[in-house]
Design a protein around this ligand. Structure first.
Ligand code: HEM
Length: 409
């Protein structure tokens, strides 16, 4: 019998980056719960295991807190230590009871009415970006559309004045490098930390402004007190940086990967063109088929067994959302892209207490953006072979470096 040892154990090897679905399907077939000694992590690839462990209290999301004392002690840079303090307050890195309190306060910014109210602004931003593309032919859809859109949207929603939005995009890049790319690379952390400090100082100014003159924006919502309970100044800054980061690269990748799926499956694209009402289920299928969340990381808190394997406290666990979403036990014919499937239980936004808070916003943005692109450029096609596309080599996310297209529009 073939063993897991025959598979390259580098989870960022060329195949695992280019086609993680085939790579992790082989891993799942050979050993769905295995200890990867190169990455020093358990790798879980079955839908049932990933969904159960994401909900389990035997795992902890607190993967920053354990490093804070040692970073503060050993770091030459106050900026790095301060950055870790900010990350420590991100709700995605907290467990209950802190998580429960923070999530309740932050969720006020993502009620259906707040999200719905942003529709006209999102539509106007999309219309502007589409108008800028008109008359062009060959272009990179990531850099000219999918990348700028979510940055502008979240900056608008937070209440960042239009003239400061380029600065915001720069900071967002730096945080993305910090969170997605720099696991265990101290030098990259150091350089990214400077961007985080600039962003923190900027946000503090904005928070002060909206404290005195509340406006129609998320910072003003987050500043509101609920009885005695309110976000502290540090928690507020941390939350704004999380929303900026959480709202950017992930949504870029939803639009990029989603457009790629449509452009590579002509029948599904024709179906969506004929039945634009399918845009909701189509975006759900994009999140399942090739969603932005490749892996979620946890640490083991309480020892427990999964099928004869003992997971011990402190060990890292990689829950491979992308593999779970292509598990044949969960989805018949999982490698088929089918916009009528409507897979409402996919793990593209996670599951359990950390389920993506921005999901309603991401869905709205993805649906409006993809519908607008299809309508404006009905003859758009890929400008290179599918195999020639290059993907970011990162553990947590799945996204294209570029999406070269011909608009013919
Ligand atoms: C398609 C785009 C997006 C995807 C695929 C995505 C994916 C995810 C996933 C998988 C998680 C769970 C992480 C975990 O369990 O550790 C998460 C959490 C979160 N996301 Fe998103 N996200 C997207 C867009 C957004 C947007 C637009 C925002 C806000 C502007 C946002 C804010 C958050 C927040 C605040 C959390 C933490 C929730 C908690 O810990 O309770 N996300 N996201």
């Amino acid at each position: 019998m073939t063993s897991i040892d025959t598979i390259d154990d580098n989870l960022l090897c060329t195949e695992a980056v280019r086609d993680p679905y085939s790579y992790f399907a082989r891993v799942r077939d050979l050993d769905p719960v295995y200890w990867n000694s190169r990455h020093r992590a358990w790798v879980l690839t079955r839908y049932s295991d990933v969904a159960r462990e994401l909900r389990s209290q035997a795992l902890t999301a607190e993967r920053i807190t354990p490093f804070v004392p040692s970073v503060s002690r050993s770091s030459q840079s106050d900026e790095l230590a301060a950055t870790f303090k900010i990350l420590e307050d991100w709700i995605v890195f907290r467990d209950p009871p802190e998580h429960t309190r923070l999530r309740r306060l932050v969720a006020r910014a993502f009620t259906p009415s707040v999200v719905k109210a942003s529709t006209p602004e999102i539509t106007a931003t999309i219309d502007q970006l589409v108008a800028d593309l008109r008359g062009r032919d060959d272009l990179d859809l990531i850099h000219e559309f999918a990348y700028p859109l979510p940055a502008v949207v979240i900056a608008q929603m937070l209440g960042v004045p239009a003239e400061d939005r380029d600065l915001f995009k720069e900071w967002s890049d730096k945080i993305t490098a910090l969170v997605f790319g720099a696991y265990g690379q101290a030098d990259r952390f150091e350089s990214a930390a400077r961007g985080m400090m600039e962003l923190r100082d900027y946000l503090l100014g904005l928070i002060e402004l909206y404290e005195q003159h509340p406006g129609d924006n998320l910072i003003s919502v987050l500043l509101e007190h609920e009885g005695d309970d309110a976000l502290s100044r540090d928690e507020l800054v941390a939350t704004c940086t999380l929303l900026l980061f959480g709202g950017h690269e992930t949504t870029t990748n939803l639009i990029g990967n989603g457009m790629l799926a449509l452009l590579s499956h002509g029948d599904q694209r024709d179906l969506l063109t004929q039945q634009p009402d399918l845009i909701g289920p189509a975006v759900e299928e994009m999140l399942r088929f090739d969603g932005p969340a490749r892996t979620t990381v946890r640490l083991v808190r309480d020892e427990h067994d999964i099928e004869g394997h003992t997971l011990s406290p402190g060990e890292r666990v990689f829950l491979i959302n992308g593999a779970a979403n292509r598990d044949p036990e969960a989805y018949p014919d999982p490698d088929r892209f089918d916009i009528t499937r409507n897979p409402t239980n996919h793990l593209g936004f996670g599951v359990g207490i950390h389920y993506c808070l921005g999901a309603p916003l991401a869905r709205l943005e993805g649906q409006l953006a993809i519908a607008a692109l299809l309508q404006a450029f009905p003859r758009m096609e890929l400008a290179v072979d599918h195999d020639a596309l290059s993907w970011h080599g990162t553990m947590l996310s799945r996204g294209l470096v570029e999406l070269p297209v011909k608009l013919h529009g």
